[in-house]
Design a protein around this ligand. Structure first.
Ligand SMILES: [Zn+2]
Length: 420
């Protein structure tokens, strides 16, 4: 069986492809670029002076297998400088200090949007430090605006570099229908930092921005409002869901402590995950677990129903005005229920009310959904020829996992593995 795969790397020739003992794909390449720039005088030089030691770079997976590129970087000698120094050739598709190709690093960065470093590390089978290393290398890197035709949606997401939510960096993405690209990794998530970056977007491109998709975070929302048009900030429904799901999570913890003496361990099995699922996706068995639980805890039953009601509103194809009325009704129901667990959520809801409702204008969400479609496209493209369906299906499993998050079910990838 034969199939062709595009490496998505310019100006290289494949010398050989091997499978390692672990089943990884190792591709030996040679650069077809025949020049370098002298490190001393910066002149263009083309006198070859041998090769450096072979280096190995991680690249985008092919058919679900880890893929590495091996190359011996060429050295060139300068005949203009006095002592005729030699320089290692720099190539556009990797940075000399990085163990990965740029394409792979960008892929990893996109994976961190609406995810965590831990989850990204698990998904990519990379260490935690490898992921933070990639993020750190991209901080303060400048984007080549000339290569971008339009932006349509700008995404502002934060990610914590340390477990325990300290040291946030901001990931700025640009999205059109076809692609998601990393525009910048900003060193923190302060309003001034974000503003300063947004101001560097050329006017030609700011004109093409229709929406700014943001985390529920003042710094982002205000920076976008101040630099761009104030009506285009959209809070991703994913972040809204995360917040109201946390309310029920906290209540569950409190209630389960109280119920420990009343219910057996068997009866409480898997309750945490079941509560995080949408009610229309429960199996009979899961529904039964919840019935038993709600018989012992009326408040948890009420809170669960309210959460699902709110998710349903976000699923409906309605206008912003209709959504406003439905969400107001929902707030009344919360008040009538006498539940206190949604208190912090209601405060946040009011604070970002208009931006949250902007979701209903064009149903914009943060990068991962578009990223997801994009990824599926890439996989399809990578698999032309005869497709090994099983491997592709395995790959797609992850994306299905991410989609599950989107429907208001907050499973991290690791949780999903444990759960399925
Ligand atoms: Zn020179």
């Amino acid at each position: 069986m034969k199939f062709e795969i595009s490496l998505d790397i310019e100006n290289v020739k494949i010398k050989n492809v091997e499978k390692s003992e672990k089943g990884d794909i190792v591709i030996y390449v040679k650069s077809t670029v025949n020049e370098a720039f002298c490190r001393k005088c910066n002149s263009k030089i083309d006198k070859c002076h041998g090769f450096d030691n072979e280096i190995t770079l991680r690249h985008l997976s092919i058919l679900g297998r880890k893929t590495y590129i091996r190359i011996r970087p060429a050295r060139y000698q300068c005949l203009f400088c006095n002592n005729k120094p030699t320089t290692t050739q720099k190539l556009s598709w990797y940075n000399q200090r990085s163990p990965n190709t740029k394409a792979y690093e960008e892929h990893v960065l996109l994976q961190t949007v609406n995810s965590t470093i831990e989850d990204t590390a698990v998904k990519e089978n990379l260490g935690y430090e490898a992921v933070t290393g990639i993020i750190n290398r991209y901080i303060e890197c400048e984007v080549d605006w000339n290569s971008i035709k339009k932006l349509e949606t700008v995404g502002l997401d934060e990610i914590s570099l340390k477990k325990g939510h300290k040291d946030f960096v901001t990931i700025v993405t640009g999205r059109t229908n076809e692609t998601v690209i990393i525009l910048a990794i900003l060193k923190d998530r302060k309003k001034v930092t974000v503003k300063k970056f947004l101001q560097t977007i050329p006017e030609r491109l700011t004109k093409t921005i229709k929406f700014v998709c943001s985390d529920m975070y003042d710094g982002f929302v205000n920076a976008a409002k101040e630099v761009l048009n104030k009506n285009i900030v959209v809070i991703d429904r994913f972040h809204v869901a995360k917040l109201y799901r946390k309310c029920i999570d906290d209540l569950r913890k409190k209630e389960l402590k109280r119920l420990k003496s009343e219910l057996t361990e068997e009866e409480l099995k898997g309750v945490m995950w079941i509560l995080r699922k949408n009610s229309n996706k429960l199996s009979d068995e899961e529904s039964e677990v919840l019935n038993v639980l709600f018989n012992h805890s009326e408040v948890l039953g009420k809170a669960y129903k309210l959460c699902n009601d709110l998710t349903s509103i976000f699923e409906e194809d309605i206008t912003k005005k209709e959504a406003a009325s439905k969400i107001n009704n929902w707030k009344l129901k919360v008040a009538e229920s006498g539940l206190s667990c949604f208190k912090t959520f209601l405060t946040t809801l009011d604070k970002f009310y208009d931006s949250i409702l902007n979701y209903f204008i064009d149903r914009q969400t943060s990068g991962f959904v578009e990223g997801l479609n994009n990824k599926i496209k890439v996989i399809k493209r990578r698999c032309y020829g005869r497709v090994q369906y099983k491997i592709v299906a395995n790959r797609l499993f992850w994306y299905k996992g991410i989609t599950a998050c989107f429907n208001g079910e907050l499973f991290s990838v690791q949780q999903l593995i444990n759960f399925v």
